[in-house]
Design a protein around this ligand. Structure first.
Ligand SMILES: O=C[C@H](O)[C@H](O)[C@H](O)COP(=O)(O)O
Length: 225
């Protein structure tokens, strides 16, 4: 079985009746969404679900998962989401799919945050992936200069040769900072730049990582927060 599917489906087993659930984004979290849909259909689970992207909203609708707008949800029991890189402390880089802002808003109100990934995402040190930074379109070139002063090589994200636009109408600067030594202070420094909406560093947020492996096994790594 696909390691992403293994991890995603295993995470869906943590969902219990009457919970409020955050639905993540990406090619791994989608397996959790599908499985949650199956569990609703087969077990009659009553859930309140809210999604981290338009893409995940569409997927949830496809699997007949009822959705509640974030405006009505002040606390989430469990969110299941993916990561682009995750280290031994379960600090992460996210945003490869451009969903980082909604993902961080949802992570911020989540009591138990489960990350699902294949083993290639589990790294000793964050940074090789680069850090996606969502910026407002106004003066994005000036925001990019500030990121350069912090040590980044920023690249404006494109999709099919057009500027990539996030679900929130913003741009993404993919920032190569090299390998990162102090991710928490870098996150703060990036967030202090005017024009930055959010960056893809997710520090001290995840509670559990479920890794799917090529040999068909899974590993759960848990940390106390
Ligand atoms: O913006 C996208 C999200 O942060 C994804 O969760 C992340 O990019 C991982 O996606 P995938 O499971 O497709 O590698």
């Amino acid at each position: 079985m696909d390691p992403k599917q293994l991890a995603g489906e295993q995470a869906a087993a943590y969902v219990e009746n009457n919970m409020v659930i955050g639905l993540g984004t990406g090619s791994t979290a989608c397996w959790a969404i599908k499985k949650i849909g199956e569990r609703i259909a087969n077990e009659g689970l009553q859930l309140t679900c809210t999604a981290t992207s338009i893409q995940s909203e569409k997927l949830a609708e496809q699997f007949h998962i009822p959705l509640t707008d974030i405006a009505q949800v002040s606390s989430i029991d469990i969110t299941i989401d993916g990561a682009d890189e995750i280290d031994r402390q379960l600090d992460m880089i996210k945003g490869g799919g451009g969903a980082l802002l909604r993902e961080k808003i949802i992570a911020n109100i989540t009591k138990y945050y489960i990350i699902v990934a294949d083993e290639s995402k589990y790294v000793a040190q964050l940074g090789a992936f680069g850090i996606p930074v969502e910026v407002v379109p106004f003066g994005w070139q000036r925001t990019a200069e500030h990121l350069e002063k912090l040590g980044a090589k920023p690249t404006l994200r494109k999709k099919e040769q057009e500027t990539f636009i996030t679900d929130n109408g913003n741009y993404i600067l993919d920032c190569d900072f090299g390998l990162i030594n102090d991710a928490a202070s870098l996150e703060t420094s990036i967030h202090n730049i005017p024009g930055v909406v959010v960056c893809g560093l997710f520090i001290s947020r995840a509670h559990k990582l479920i890794l799917g492996k090529k040999d068909g096994s899974t590993e759960e790594i848990t940390t106390k927060r």
